[in-house]
Design a protein around this ligand. Structure first.
Ligand code: PFF
Length: 475
């Protein structure tokens, strides 16, 4: 993107991503984050390993491809963010843009809570060292997040502060450039950790669990989880790719860029699974134990134990690893925060400074509420069991927010986007936009997905999910 340019700023002549890979790199920096490193492994571990993996890959190559192409082309065509892009075709469609825009407001606060956990671990490898963090790592981590002090709140605020400072100073591009070096480093490290963890006794069983699909593990919950993860990880169904597409040059190959982002993003998620799942099986003893225990705590319960086993280099390894995760999370959180800020700025017609302040206060308040689910600092006992919805571990507030955005809102936004493109403006609008820059090789797949398969799939999946949850059918 033109350097120093801010997504939130409205320019008479819209800025464009600079450089050949400008769009791909900026979109990848936004897409690759905690979704790949923290969320994907725990979902894969929880929902049957190989069967989740295959389902996820199929969804990315079909539904994900169609939706990402549609959103990016919609942005490039209208040169607007989500709300403007939908209302460009008629005021009555604005509600799709509004619904999509609600998603980042739900995700960002809990994203920052996890960002705080990562920050804490990064710093703790310097201050307390690997042996303390890695001794009975699950219990150590549980002690941290359920502790009675203000610690988790403070780490979340530290993470949010870094996000705000980077956004306010407009140095986001510098961070993204740094990411070009840090991302490859993260990949090298993840490969190294994966190879090392495969030497742990029992890890090969974990590898088999992760890679070999077991059809008896197919379930409706698994498919819903894979679909939500696809939206989350590729930053779809929340307006982001529309905004990114609005800065995308007409002459650049849109289809190839979409494929590249998908490959980057999915490759890193698969690697993160390889790094965490076999090691978790080695530590917890069996794939069943991992599936039963897998949840938001998986990464923090497993990796510190893996690092602790590496002897004298353990603390250095742990620090470098969590620093890399921190940067990946930071670029994603900045992109989320900027999106929320620009929605407030455009919607309320406030100044950028005022919008940043309001957005920051919102993130901190909702982040604190999320934290209260685990923590009993101010005497509110962990606020477990919010309406008891979903089979979410501990029924935490964080899980509940994740459930609302990924299992409800995003599928609904995706469905509405498919109907809007497939049946209202027609897929040809999008195909013509894609063809401005190159041949559209996947046009047939795109048409069939956006018009028929994706909407029918979302409706069926959601209906069966509800029936399954209330016990009318058992899948
Ligand atoms: N896709 C990011 C991840 O996988 O961590 C999350 C995300 C970042 C969603 C930025 C939306 C966004 F604008």
């Amino acid at each position: 993107m033109a350097s120093g340019q801010n997504l939130a700023e409205k320019k008479p002549a819209r800025a464009v991503w600079s450089g050949k890979m400008g769009f791909v790199l900026a979109a990848a920096a936004s897409a690759i984050g905690l979704g790949n490193l923290w969320r994907f492994p725990y979902l894969a571990a929880k929902y049957g390993g190989g069967v989740f993996l295959i389902t996820y890959i199929i969804l990315v190559c079909t539904f994900g491809f169609a939706l990402m192409t549609a959103e990016t082309a919609l942005g490039r065509k209208t040169k607007q963010s989500a709300i403007g892009a939908f209302s460009h075709f008629g005021k009555k469609y604005i509600f799709i843009g509004i619904l999509a825009s609600a998603v980042p407001f739900i995700i960002t606060p809990y994203y920052c809570v996890i960002g705080g956990w990562v920050t804490k671990y990064m710093v703790s490898y310097v201050t307390v060292g690997a042996s303390e963090l890695g001794t009975d790592a699950w219990a150590t981590f549980a002690g941290f997040i359920t502790g009675t002090g203000p610690e988790t709140f403070l780490w979340m605020i530290v993470f949010i502060a870094v996000v705000i400072v980077v956004t306010a100073l407009g140095v986001k591009n510098g961070i993204e450039r740094a990411n070009k070096i840090l991302m490859p480093l993260l990949i090298v490290m993840a490969i190294g950790i994966s190879v090392y963890s495969l030497t742990l006794p029992g890890a090969i069983d974990g590898l088999k669990y992760y890679l070999i699909p077991d059809v008896s593990k197919i379930s409706i919950d698994m498919v819903v989880a894979a679909m939500g993860q696809m939206f989350f990880s590729l930053s779809l169904a929340m307006g982001i790719m529309i905004t990114y597409g609005s800065y995308f040059k007409e002459e650049e190959d849109l289809e190839k860029s979409v494929r590249r982002i998908e490959i980057f993003d999915t490759g890193i998620a698969l690697l993160a699974g390889l790094m965490i799942i076999p090691a978790s099986v080695a530590i917890l003893g069996s794939a069943d134990a991992v599936a039963a225990k897998a949840g938001p705590k998986l990464m923090f319960g497993t990796l510190p134990e893996v690092f602790a086993g590496t002897g004298s280099i353990a603390s250095v390894l742990g620090f470098i690893f969590f620093a890399l995760v921190f940067f990946a999370a930071l670029t994603s959180a900045i992109s989320l925060f900027e999106t929320c800020t620009s929605i407030i700025q455009d919607g309320a017609k406030w100044s950028r400074t005022r919008s940043i302040i309001v957005c920051s206060v919102f993130m901190i308040i909702v982040g604190i509420i999320c934290n209260l689910g685990y923590n009993s600092w101010i005497g509110i006992d962990p606020m477990y069991s919010i309406f008891g919805i979903g089979e979410y571990q501990d029924n935490q507030i964080l899980d509940f927010m994740d459930f609302i955005s990924n299992t409800i809102l995003m599928p609904v936004v995706a469905l509405l986007t498919c109907i809007f493109i497939g049946w209202i403006i027609k897929p040809k609008e999008i195909a013509d936009e894609v063809k401005k820059s190159s041949a559209f090789k996947g046009e047939k797949l795109f048409n069939v997905m956006i018009k028929y398969v994706a909407p029918v799939f979302v409706v069926l999946i959601l209906v069966f999910y509800v029936l399954n949850t209330i016990g009318i059918v058992s899948l």
